[in-house]
Design a protein around this ligand. Structure first.
Ligand code: SAM
Length: 223
């Protein structure tokens, strides 16, 4: 199964130093399966709340990855209830393809339940990026990497952040490195993303139900 450009980008941002990788909200498990294929960690976990999806992933993994050198495990579970404590080592929790509000809830709950655990989060929300960034800042997470990726006419932010860091690097409420580019193609992606984001918040401002002046001025500083 060929991964979408968005999932490929996420996959590429997974480095080799994790004991456990959690593909949360895994849906059909394409991302986790790709990580399993390249033995990205000793243990790859597939997590989704829908029992039929987990049953189907379980049977495919048994069929195709029975002799895999990496261990795999499936979990039919609400990500908000993820329990990492019984698993020793360094964790990477990947959450992608869901709204920012739900992602905020998951990260808040996981963070609260694992105050002293070393967890990296690799995140790709479909919306509410500003609110998500605010939450990550509030939780004092440190930035490791952030990129913009275009896939099928949509543009996504992908962020790798960490609960524990020797060299704390602050997260910007509207991002920092995502606005940089070193190719003409990426410059166009950056310009489009900025224009779309500003247009979105200007529409919200015109609606008059929410004060987004600060958000607009923060994004405007990137123009
Ligand atoms: C659109 S898919 C995202 C798939 C993949 N992560 C991606 O980025 O393409 C969203 C998945 O989130 C799952 N999901 C929604 N709420 C969840 C929750 N509370 N806990 C676990 N999985 C959840 C859904 O069942 C669905 O499979």
């Amino acid at each position: 199964m060929k991964l979408s450009k968005r999932l490929q980008q996420i996959e590429q941002m997974v480095t080799a130093d994790y004991t456990h990788i959690w593909d949360c909200c895994c849906d059909h498990g394409f991302l986790g399966a790709s990580l399993l294929s390249r033995q990205a960690a000793q243990n790859i976990h597939f997590v989704d709340i829908v029992p039929e999806l987990i049953t189907s992933i379980e049977s495919k993994l048994q069929q195709f990855y029975q002799n895999s050198r990496s261990n795999w495990q499936t979990h039919c579970l609400n990500v908000a209830k993820l329990s990492l404590k019984q698993y020793q080592g360094k964790h990477l929790v990947i959450i992608a393809g869901i709204g920012g509000d739900l992602m905020i809830k998951f990260i808040n709950d996981i963070h609260q339940q694992h105050q002293n655990l070393n967890i990296d989060f690799l995140l790709c929300p479909v919306n509410q990026q500003f609110a998500l960034r605010k939450k990550l800042i509030e939780l004092k997470l440190s930035l490791k990497n952030e990129v913009l990726v275009e896939d099928n006419s949509r543009i996504y932010e992908v962020m790798l952040v960490s609960t524990i860091s020797d060299t704390y690097k602050p997260i910007d409420p509207v991002g920092h490195n995502i606005w940089r580019s070193n190719t003409v193609k990426q410059t166009r992606v950056v310009e489009q993303y900025l224009a779309r984001t500003l247009n979105h918040y200007k529409r919200v401002q015109q609606g008059g139900t929410e004060n987004v002046d600060d958000i607009i001025s923060a994004y405007s500083s990137k123009v």
